[in-house]
Design a binder for this molecule. Structure first.
Ligand SMILES: Nc1ncnc2c1ncn2[C@@H]1O[C@H](COP(=O)(O)OP(=O)(O)OP(=O)(O)O)[C@@H](O)[C@H]1O
Length: 911
């Protein structure tokens, strides 16, 4: 095939970078002059073999620590297939190449697609065969932390890439190193190398443990724990994690930590190398067309630096720092690898993982470029990215080392990787977390954190609980947790002091782990016990309060019982009073219709006045006593009004609607309008028992009267005698002057007392006057003698007043005081009845109490009229006529009161 002259290349700068760079005008010359700085220089193998290491690489790269470091390592183009797993040594290369670069060994440099421009940039040229047009196309990738040419050795790579990370790790900074690249590009070689040419991991361990040995302390203050696991795909289905440490088992991922991952404490380099070697043997590898020992899993190694046994001052400096090294399986193309079946499925898993990893970093980059863009959660799509989440979210330092193959055949793989990964070098870390992420340490941190959280919760809810918990925690017998913790520490110190090797060290580690778990459990028990005790105390307090409340309730119940007893006592006394009253009671009134007999007149009664007066006085006393009791009993509710007040009110209101008892008695005494006699609030305002008492009193008077006039005193209004208009006369039959009594005395005395007395006089002296009106002298049918006796009420009352009021001057005031203003109803039915009846009853309000106008009256005995009214509920038509249209609200109230009184009278009569 004739070689055509190359067309002018089109160069694309992928990473426009910090400084302008001269674009290569032509493809790399086949035989570049030795002075040419770029492309692939002759590999100075002799110089490298004998030269000192570069003076400043570690610290130089530290200046880039705030950026994601991306290194590029170019694998030698032609590599002698490793025999017995050995890479060609530098000596062999030297022997073969005679001091030339491996790329030039067979004169194939013209077949390379990747040329190193300088230490930070490369040019990728598409091979002619890959070009559709004849125009050459090249891409410059710049900005790498460092580009390692194909002839670079492990030591150089370590010093540039790994050593700064190890230094940081020794200072307590966690870091991640990830090897990325297509299959067979040298990732595993770079990371692990071989015994004769160790890679990053062995060299790092060497440095770590050399530092440990240099301290010369027989009791090393530092301890390093190694863990190693791989993420693989079984039959291309689900991802799995396998612990690569000895006796390692399958693991699971929780959040970002591997649950159950074994950490093996390496006390020296030998132990550490042994563990790594064991893990490498365990790791899944397989031969493909691209690599005879291709990694089929993502391998992760953790080295944790634990300084818990340090002297105490520097304990927090490097405690928990973790150095993580990830050797990823390389992306591969089925066409190249020739994978089929399981291998092909593995390829899919590997490629997917690589893609997700790249997406995470790309998302982080875009988020950093434009913070408005949310950080995509690509990490969820694979176990690897989930485990490395904090690194992929820019919270911890990450370093990438890209491995590529420079051959023309590898152009697509190389181009893909460079296009994908070169932008990552722009990722920055602004808020680096120095927190450890080691699983076991996380656990212990979490536990202490939860304890603090609990205490915070207690603080927020109940301080007493907190105190109780604290006290109880202090009082936990034995302090099992403390003992176990001490034991744990002791054993750990022992283990550190006398480094064991191999299995014994592992066993002691297991034992320590068990002790640690047990100590944590004991701590939790202690906390729960304290909480339970505190809760118990609170419950006890509540119980005590409940008991006190019960006691108070019992006291109240006792007081209530006493009150009830006093009430019943009062009721008893009342009963006694009633019985006392009933002693005076005469044979009950005959309910049979009254005989049509003429009313007995005063003279016909034939009995003297004195016994009646005595009886009246007695009843007044009873009323007084009852009122007195009633006043005591209802002292809280009764309205105390003096007779003077009542008198005043009466005077103001024309004598209407004031004083239940006095009006009651007044109306009883008046005798007229018996059917309508009513006192406002008679029953509504006066206590029921009081009303009953009054009713009894009235009744007793009726009986007395009946006794006095038994046989001669006609009952019933049906056979009333003809009304006779009478005038007050004396016993001789001469008319007496109206109101010729001692008016002055009346004014001086309580008007209520007057009414009472007059009522009693009217009732008791019914033989003298059946119907007495204090305002108008009633006419009295004198019975068979037809001796009209004009009985002026006031006169009569005066006749007794002097005696009664002298004996008991407080009678009227006592009665008037017993008028509560609160209206009570015996029941709805009664009330309705009363209302119905009261509607028919003429209101007495129309009749002024002190009217001096003489009126013609029916001469009916008051008690008979009462009974008549009660029994028939008839209304005096005449009174109804008179009072038609004059009824007022007060009158209605009085009517209702009177009806209620009548009801009581009826009950008394029935009894
Ligand atoms: N820089 C190098 N110098 C000499 N030999 C190398 C170099 N890089 C890689 N090799 C050799 O190339 C072969 C493939 O390398 P390696 O297994 O490390 O590739 P890889 O990227 O890990 O591949 P895979 O992803 O399939 O595991 C190995 O035999 C290795 O010794």
């Amino acid at each position: 095939m004739e070689h055509q002259s190359p067309c002018p290349p089109t160069t694309v700068r992928r990473n426009p970078h910090r400084k302008a760079r001269k674009t290569p005008s032509t493809l790399p010359p086949r035989d570049p002059p030795p002075s040419a700085p770029s492309t692939i220089a002759p590999f100075p193998i002799d110089e490298l073999l004998h030269a000192d290491p570069p003076p400043d690489p570690p610290h130089k790269s530290q200046s880039l620590s705030e950026k994601l470091n991306v290194f590029l390592r170019i694998r030698p183009l032609d590599i002698v297939p490793p025999k017995l797993g050995k890479n060609p040594s530098a000596a062999a290369l030297k022997k073969k190449g005679k001091g030339k670069s491996p790329n030039n060994l067979k004169g194939r440099n013209k077949n390379v697609c990747l040329v190193m421009n300088d230490s930070s940039s490369v040019t990728l040229s598409a091979p002619i065969s890959a070009l559709e047009s004849k125009r050459a196309k090249s891409e410059v990738y710049d900005g790498f932390s460092h580009v390692f040419p194909s002839d670079s050795i492990q030591k150089e790579v370590y010093e540039r890439v790994m050593d700064p990370l190890v230094e940081g790790f020794m200072d307590g900074k966690s870091a991640l190193l990830v090897a990325l690249g297509p299959t067979g590009s040298g990732k595993t070689h770079t990371m692990f190398g071989c015994p004769r040419d160790p890679g990053m991991v062995p060299r790092a361990l060497q440095k770590i443990f050399s530092h440990l040995n240099e301290s010369g302390d027989s009791h090393p203050s530092r301890s390093y724990y190694l863990s190693m696991f791989e993420i693989y795909s079984e039959w291309g289905k689900s991802e799995r994690i396998l612990d690569l440490s000895p006796n390692g088992v399958e693991l699971s991922l929780q959040q970002s930590s591997v649950k159950g991952l074994q950490e093996v404490m390496a006390c020296n380099l030998t132990q550490a190398e042994s563990l790594i070697a064991h893990g490498m043997l365990k790791r899944a590898t397989a031969a493909t067309n691209a690599n005879n020992q291709s990694s089929r899993s993502q391998c992760i190694i953790n080295i944790r630096n634990d300084l818990r046994n340090f002297d105490g001052k520097k304990e927090f400096l490097s405690s928990g720092a973790v150095l993580t090294i990830a050797d990823l399986a390389g992306a591969e193309k089925a066409r190249k690898t020739g994978n089929q079946g399981t291998r092909l499925l593995e390829s899919n898993f590997i490629n997917n993982t690589s893609m997700v990893f790249g997406l995470c970093l790309r998302s982080l980059l875009e988020h950093q470029k434009n913070p408005k863009k949310p950080l995509q959660k690509h990490f969820k799509n694979s176990l690897l990215t989930r485990y490395l989440r904090e690194y992929l979210e820019g919270k911890k330092r990450t370093t990438l080392i890209l491995t590529v193959k420079p051959g023309e055949d590898d152009y697509l793989d190389t181009s893909f990787l460079l296009r994908q990964a070169s932008p990552y070098m722009k990722i920055k870390y602004s808020n680096l977390e120095e927190l450890p992420n080691f699983p076991s340490l996380k656990r212990s941190t979490t536990h202490s954190g939860s304890e603090h959280l609990k205490r915070r919760k207690f603080n927020g809810s109940d301080t007493s609980l907190v105190n109780a918990v604290k006290n109880d925690n202090d009082e936990v017998d034995g302090n099992r947790a403390s003992e176990k913790e001490a034991k744990y520490e002791k054993l750990q110190q022992k283990a550190n002091a006398s480094p064991k090797s191999g299995r014994s060290a592992h066993m002691s580690m297991e034992r320590l782990e068990d002790l640690h778990t047990e100590a944590q459990r004991a701590r939790n028990e202690k906390i729960m016990l304290g909480f339970a005790k505190a809760l118990w105390n609170v419950l006890k307090e509540y119980k005590q309060k409940l008991t006190e409340s019960d006691k108070d309730a019992e006291k109240l119940r006792c007081a209530l019982r006493k009150e009830k007893a006093s009430v019943s006592k009062l009721e008893k006394e009342l009963e006694e009073l009633r019985s006392c009253c009933s002693c005076c009671k005469h044979p009950s009134i005959d309910d049979s219709p009254p005989k049509e007999e003429p009313l007995s007149g005063f003279s016909a009664m034939g009995s003297p006045m004195k016994p009646l007066v005595q009886e009246s006085t007695k009843c007044i006393d009873i009323v007084h006593e009852y009122n007195h009791i009633s006043m005591e009993y209802h002292s809280d509710t009764l309205e105390s009004r003096t007779s003077t007040d009542v008198s005043k009110e009466w005077a103001e209101h024309g004598g209407e609607g004031f004083g239940a008892n006095n009006i009651l008695l007044d109306e009883i005494s008046s005798g007229d309008n018996v059917g309508s006699f009513s006192s406002p609030m008679v029953l509504g305002t006066v206590h029921t028992e009081e009303n009953e008492m009054i009713a009894q009193m009235v009744d007793s008077f009726s009986n007395i009267k009946g006794d006095e006039e038994c046989g001669s005193f006609p009952f019933g209004g049906e056979c009333l005698p003809q009304q006779t208009e009478v005038k007050p006369t004396d016993q001789k039959g001469e008319n007496l002057p109206v109101n010729n009594h001692r008016v002055a005395d009346l004014e001086e005395t309580n008007i209520q007392g007057q009414h009472l007395v007059s009522t009693i006089a009217g009732l008791s002296g019914s033989e003298h006057s059946d119907n007495i009106d204090r305002s108008s002298p009633p006419t009295v049918n004198s019975g068979e003698n037809e001796k009209a006796v004009t009985c002026n009420t006031q006169n009569s009352s005066l006749s007794m007043d002097g005696e009664i009021m002298k004996r008991n001057p407080k009678v009227s005031s006592s009665i008037s005081k017993s008028h509560p203003s609160v209206v009570k109803h015996d029941g709805l039915a009664d009330e309705c009845k009363v209302r119905e009846t009261s509607a028919k009853i003429q209101s007495p309000a129309s009749k002024p109490p002190n009217s001096m106008k003489p009126r013609t009256r029916k001469l009916l005995p008051s008690s008979a009229m009462l009974l008549k009214e009660f029994n028939s509920l008839e209304i005096d038509a005449e009174n109804a006529k008179e009072n038609k249209g004059k009824s007022s609200t007060k009158g209605m109230e009085r009517s209702q009161g009177s009806i209620s009184l009548l009801r009581l009278l009826n009950s008394n009569v029935n009894r």
